[in-house]
Design a protein around this ligand. Structure first.
Ligand code: MN
Length: 319
């Protein structure tokens, strides 16, 4: 079956230094391989896509990317460089690669303009954001121009994990909990809920937020969110739709990146429906072989598999 994988990462020689903090999350040999593969497009990546039947990868600059840059002007410059480099790869292999833009959210108005340039001039199909930007989250009013532009352009924003702004008290003494195994999911789900309860989807109802890693746990928690939202007497917050889950179902789409297990896939299918899940690997930090085996053997109907493997991505990303 045709497959489009939508959380697949790259870097360039000029941008590779932003990935250095992530090295601590991997053993040295694994990190060395990952770095080599992040810089590669045609040596290992494309032949492996051919071997496994991955027709297209939607590429994004690996986390934390230019959001880690402290110098605002340099971040703006680097984001444009990253997007130009990505567009060049897409232009060279238009049937095999598409891409999400990197945005320098250090400059929200500039980020909105860069998103428009990336979509209308470079042919990219949305943006991928690596969590907070120096402690600021996408519910803040200063980021409204970015949402407004994404809505107008009809492109999604992929919220990708990164380390939290500070180390939570309950993680101290348990470094193993910091990173993709645990804290990234909590951090990213919390960020998504800030966006939801911050009213972003009421203000910009046409926007789509993409969450990786099978929705960062949210699909399993919808009933509890709805029931406790009523209990809270909504804390003076007024949302247009009655239940938090309405926004998760209407404005969020999840991907299977980094979760190759059928139980959470089936749970997410029941919670969100087959139109809201897209296939992804999280290459090269995760295995393409395992991701492909997982989706090809999932106990789901063939029409649902087609939606997850390619149809939803084609519709949402205009591929
Ligand atoms: Mn990833």
């Amino acid at each position: 079956m045709k497959k489009i994988a939508i959380e697949e990462h790259f870097t360039t020689a000029a941008l590779a230094h932003y990935s250095e903090p992530a090295a601590a999350l991997f053993d040295p040999a694994r990190w060395e391989t990952a770095m080599r593969r992040l810089l590669d497009f045609t040596g290992v990546r494309l032949p492996q896509m051919d071997e496994l039947g991955i027709d297209m990868e939607v590429l994004s600059l690996t986390a934390p990317g230019i959001q880690a840059e402290l110098d605002r002007a340099l971040a703006v410059k680097r984001a444009a460089q990253a997007n130009d480099a990505l567009a060049e790869i897409v232009r060279a292999h238009p049937t095999r690669f598409s891409g999400f833009a990197a945005l320098a959210l250090q400059d929200p108005d500039g980020a909105a303009a860069e998103l428009e340039r990336a979509v209308t001039q470079l042919g990219l199909c949305g943006a991928l954001v690596n969590g907070h930007t120096h402690g600021e989250y996408l519910d803040a009013a200063k980021f409204h121009p970015v949402w407004e532009r994404a809505e107008a352009l009809g492109v999604p924003i992929y919220l990708h994990p990164a380390n939290s702004y500070d180390v939570w008290h309950n993680l101290r003494g348990h470094e193993e909990l910091i990173g993709p195994m645990w804290s990234w999911g909590v951090e990213t789900a919390t960020h998504a809920l800030r966006i939801l309860f911050g009213g972003v989807f009421d203000r910009f109802p046409g926007t789509t937020l993409v969450l990786g890693h099978m929705g960062e746990g949210l699909p399993a928690l919808l009933w509890r969110l709805d029931s406790r939202w009523e209990f809270l007497d909504q804390r003076g917050i007024r949302l247009a739709k009655p239940r938090p889950s309405d926004y998760v179902r209407d404005n969020m789409v999840i991907t299977t990146s980094g979760v190759c297990a059928h139980a959470p896939l089936l749970g997410s299918l029941l919670a969100l429906g087959a139109d809201r899940i897209m296939f992804a690997t999280d290459y090269p930090l995760e295995s393409n072989h395992e991701a492909v085996r997982f989706i090809e053997t999932a106990p789901i109907s063939e029409p649902d598999r087609a939606k997850i493997c390619h149809r939803n991505a084609e519709r949402l990303l205009g591929l």
